[in-house]
Design a protein around this ligand. Structure first.
Ligand SMILES: [Zn+2]
Length: 98
């Protein structure tokens, strides 16, 4: 019956502004922040392509290529998972359904 209330459960968590330092992926044209520089480059290429310089356009092209490759990889993996799921259920039906 000893209800010792430790009031240190909720402490001051003031690390909410941990960004804005080294790896800051903020779009300098509209101020939007992004988790990675690749996403920032994709955004700049899609939204501000007419005002980009050559370096930023090259960064956009590289980010676009990387995004296309990862999307194709995801499609292949998703297709493989669907095929495995389909034949898994087919074999389960063949065994259990007898
Ligand atoms: Zn922007």
């Amino acid at each position: 019956m000893t209800a010792d209330n430790t009031t240190t459960a909720v402490e001051a968590t003031d690390d909410h502004a941990h960004g804005e330092d080294d790896d800051d992926a903020t779009c300098e044209y509209c101020g939007d922040r992004f988790p990675t520089e690749q996403l920032r480059d994709l955004h700049r290429g899609l939204e501000h392509y007419d005002v980009l310089d050559d370096d930023d356009r090259a960064a956009y092209e590289a980010a676009y290529e990387a995004e296309t490759e990862s999307l194709q990889s995801f499609r292949l993996r998703a297709l493989a998972a669907l095929v495995l799921l389909y034949f898994g259920f087919l074999m389960l039906y063949a065994v259990v359904g007898l």
